[in-house]
Design a protein around this ligand. Sequence first.
Ligand SMILES: *Cc1c(COP(=O)(O)O)cnc(C)c1O
Length: 475
Amino acid sequence: MTKFDLTSEERAGLFRMLIPELESYYSNTSELRVTPPLDPDEIRKVVRMADFNHPENINDAVRKIIDSLRNYIVHTPHPRYYGLFNPRPNFPSVVADLLTAAFNPQLAAWSHSPFAAEVENYLISEFGRKVGFPSEETDGVFATGGAEANITAVLCALNNAIPGFANEGLFSLKARPVIYCSSEAHHSVIRAARTSGLGKDSVRMIDADAKGAVRPDILEKSVLSDRSEGYLPFMVIGTAGTTGTGSIDDLHGLASVAQRHSLWYHIDAAWGGAAVLNPETRKWVSGIEKADSVIIDVHKWLSVPMSSSMFITRHREILGKTFRITTDYMPKDAEKLEITDAYTHSIQWSRRFIGLKLYLSLMVFGWRGYSEIIEHQTEMGNLLRKVLRENGWIVINHTPLPLVCFTDEKHKSDPSFTRNISEKIIRSGEAWVSVYPVNGISAIRACITNYNTSPEDINALVKSVNKARIEIIGG
Ligand SMILES: *Cc1c(COP(=O)(O)O)cnc(C)c1O
């Protein structure tokens, strides 16, 4: 049965159709509506038109899927998608994912995919170097996203703090372990606490200050009071670029607290971690080098397709201590060679070659290419702040990163104002923005997530919000 391969002619015909289609999407993304109409009935009808009792020709099927993708998704690769860190994937990274799918390397065991495994090791060590970890100590693993990478961090911290945790799990605990982070931390931290069996109540989300950062002295007080009540503080999580407002915690201050109390210091830099690739923005995340572990999402600011994140640590032994299980059926080459089997280092077992899209992007664009897109997007963020202020808006979040939360002075206390504006914009298809409460004030949240977003796009966004404001308040 070679039917599943298609014939050579069918494959050639498919590529002839596919390449111009991809080309058209890449050249003309900005001509599409950013947002689809949300009609579940219509969309279900389209999906269910596929009749699995009557298989169809590959080109027809693919053409239908392309139409549906064009019509029924929010186009996160659009330069006017001002959203939730979802980037435009650079084109080489798309090709890398296609190659990965076709060759389908299995990364669980090094000996099955030595090239792929070493690519990922190389990337982890290079990013460890950029973060500022000592190279002989650096270790890490690719994950499907920040959520998995944060769970990895919590499990490592537990295994670091509690001897016997790997074998006895929660039964080895004599006191309740506690994690500390900011109230602005990502909620995957709560998920990590739940998944690891600790539960949500083991997370102390310390109220962030007016700038969206947690105050190290307040966090420390909480650690001291928990200790005196018999809890077991074991982990501090700092955020470099919060999801809501792009705030960066006091990474040095948190490092001192973690050090004084022997807590595992993890930095969630899912989005903002890319700042280490540009000499100017690197200063904003100073202190990141003091962490015990860091996560950086590749599918956010590093502009590749989902899903991809890196967990990087300065403790060589911790991943093995946390995840290693030996079995009779897995290859044993790791015993004879100086290599690591990825399955002994992570939650995943069978693994996709997640790192190729980053490797190929770096081969083609280099560190300099990344440094340039980070600088460009940062400039677009600054431009957006400037043009908004010129148009009577006020920016109410505090970050140098390209994430802008704004409203206007007159409607500060009316959450329906910003909600109505964002709904109008989403419905118009002109852009995608969201709303987020900053210190209790509802703001429109716009993040530059696309390396192609230009001054023209920024001006168009301000025009859209101006127009929506007039429609709402009259005038
Ligand atoms: C996006 C994000 C996460 C979650 O990462 P996923 O890749 O969506 O799983 C965690 N932390 C922060 C700060 C984020 O911005």
